[in-house]
Design a protein around this ligand. Structure first.
Ligand SMILES: Nc1ncnc2c1ncn2[C@@H]1O[C@H](COP(=O)(O)OP(=O)(O)OP(=O)(O)O)[C@@H](O)[C@H]1O
Ligand SMILES: [Mg+2]
Length: 332
């Protein structure tokens, strides 16, 4: 598979604290990652671990403090302006808040026809094309919705319109940043199914950002998952491998914390002990392995040396000094 976007040793540091800018927030640290053509890559992690920053770096919206961002093997931050503008349109973003993403003063027709005309559809054909697009994303019957405003639509319908708009430039990839977290649980799967349809039928790759393991597992079941902890990838690989044989104590803890609907299984479930429930601050990262203050298996080396992401088997990568020396964890 061809790589669409590649991050090489990317770090992003935000300087805070007014004019003196004394405080530094390390949102991403030496992170390397590839998004391949046509794949679905789920990025999971706790709030504040750097997921949205990663999404914005992938889209070229944030310039990394250090490291490289390559679009099809070319460094986007070294391209000529016009070329980089064209490269930028190969990626689109969909956020969690569809209400904020749509102009409340514009009807569905106005929202979708303007970009269609911009990308070459004739004015006379625009109504037909908007209807086709609405059908494709499952807003039916299209004629009924053409003159509706965002406040007339449900959250799920609004998010479908946002996806419809995002596919007009025929992007090669979409960064979907928590796209279903504001949607009613009963409708979440249908929006995830829409993303899988766009992946299947239009070959659009997805970087699916979430803190929710269940939706990551659903959408990336044929794809990959990257688990982030304090701005670093700690485990990555084919989704099935990573879920069936979680190797990093942090990911094992995340899995044991996920609720199980069956009460009998839930009673049997063991919970992996963490030394602390608190996520350390990104302003003051722990030395060595960032997870060591919370890890029950941490030993001397973990407090001094940062573990690098190493291949354990096949396409399964993990960054932990103690991998292979901690009990395997059956999370059911
Ligand atoms: N523009 C900014 N200026 C200063 N700090 C920022 C900025 N954007 C993000 N940060 C900080 O960088 C860290 C990572 O933020 P980010 O939004 O990427 O996390 P996240 O994983 O997306 O969190 P959430 O799940 O809550 O959306 C946080 O500590 C955040 O406060
Ligand atoms: Mg975020």
């Amino acid at each position: 598979m061809e790589s669409l976007v590649e991050l090489r040793d990317v770090s992003v540091t935000f300087k805070m604290g007014g004019l003196r800018k004394r405080t530094q927030v390390h949102a991403l640290s030496d992170l390397s990652l590839c998004l391949f053509e046509h794949e679905i890559l789920a990025v999971v992690g706790e709030s504040g671990c750097g997921k949205s920053t990663l999404g914005r770096v992938v889209l070229g919206l944030i310039r990394p403090t250090s490291g490289e961002v390559l679009y099809m093997d070319e460094n986007i931050w070294k391209m000529k302006w016009k070329r980089s503008q064209r490269s930028h349109s190969t990626g689109q973003i969909v956020h969690q808040d569809s209400y904020a993403a749509l102009n409340p003063m514009r009807t569905v027709y106005q929202t979708l026809s303007a970009p269609l005309i911009h990308y070459g559809v004739r004015r006379g054909k625009s109504k037909e094309e908007v209807c086709n697009l609405l059908k494709f994303v499952g807003v039916m019957p299209p004629g009924y919705f053409l003159n509706k405003y965002p406040h007339h639509l449900s959250g799920g319908q609004r998010q479908r319109i946002v996806f419809a708009r995002s596919i007009i430039p025929k992007p090669k990839f979409i960064v979907a940043d928590e796209p279903v977290s504001m949607i009613d649980a009963s409708l979440r799967l249908s929006i995830l199914d829409l993303m899988m349809k766009l992946n299947d039928e239009m070959s659009i790759a997805f970087l699916y950002i979430t803190h929710d393991l269940a939706t990551a597992r659903y959408i990336a079941r044929r794809g990959r998952i990257a688990v982030i902890y304090l701005g670093r990838i700690i485990e990555m690989g084919k989704l099935d491998d990573v879920f069936q044989r979680p190797l990093h104590p942090y990911f094992q803890a995340l899995l044991t914390a996920a609720p199980i609907p069956d009460p009998r299984l839930a009673r049997k479930k063991k919970v992996l002990p963490l030394k602390s429930m608190e996520l350390p601050s990104a302003e003051n990262l722990p030395s060595g392995c960032s997870f060591h203050p919370r890890c029950s298996y941490a030993e001397e080396i973990c407090t001094t040396e940062r573990p690098i992401l190493k291949k354990e088997s096949g396409d399964h990568w993990v960054a932990c000094h103690k991998v292979g020396r901690i009990p395997s964890w059956n999370h059911i």
